[in-house]
Write a protein that binds this ligand. Sequence first.
Ligand code: ZN
Length: 214
Amino acid sequence: MLRRLVILGPPGGGKGTLAARLAGRLGVPHISTGDMLRNEVAGSSLLGRRAHDYMNAGRLVPNELVTEITNRRLTEPDAGDGWILDGFPRNLTQARALDDALAGLGPQAVVVLEVPDKEVVIRIGGRLTCPRGHVYNLTRSPPRAPGICDIDGEQLHQREDAAHDVVLERIAIYKRATTPVFDYYYNEGLLYRVDGMGAPDEVYGRVIKVLENP
Ligand SMILES: [Zn+2]
């Protein structure tokens, strides 16, 4: 099976779940630009502090920051025999920078998870978490008492980037920035659009089918 893959899709589209599972199956690292950025932010590195303001506003972190940490990660030894890139490249500048950095060893397939806007709003606009990491969804799996974790009674909160207007802005930014990336990879014959609706198992099954018969 192909071993250098890019997974794209809207925020809340299920990229992370899919990428983690594919990485496990292939024995290659799951490289999430979002997770790496959040780690930098949590560690308050210089890069993290620069990224923080953008992320809070639901805006994209500048290309050079994202490209720098992604390229750095791709040169680590465990990425020598393949990788799954989750949510990168998300604009044309990043796609070109990736091809330049990898010099002929770029992605072998780019999978786009297609999820309607309405579903994205339900999935991430309704997401609530407690300080211990239990996750709820206002529409799909609400807590028994409003705003309180069923398991430990802790107060639930919404991530800053999950506020309704921020979610809509994130969707708009995704479409504007990433549509040219689809065209770019389509022209290279690498683009596969997969229905991202339904249970994670179903989506995973669809993707495997595509990757086994590209
Ligand atoms: Zn809890």
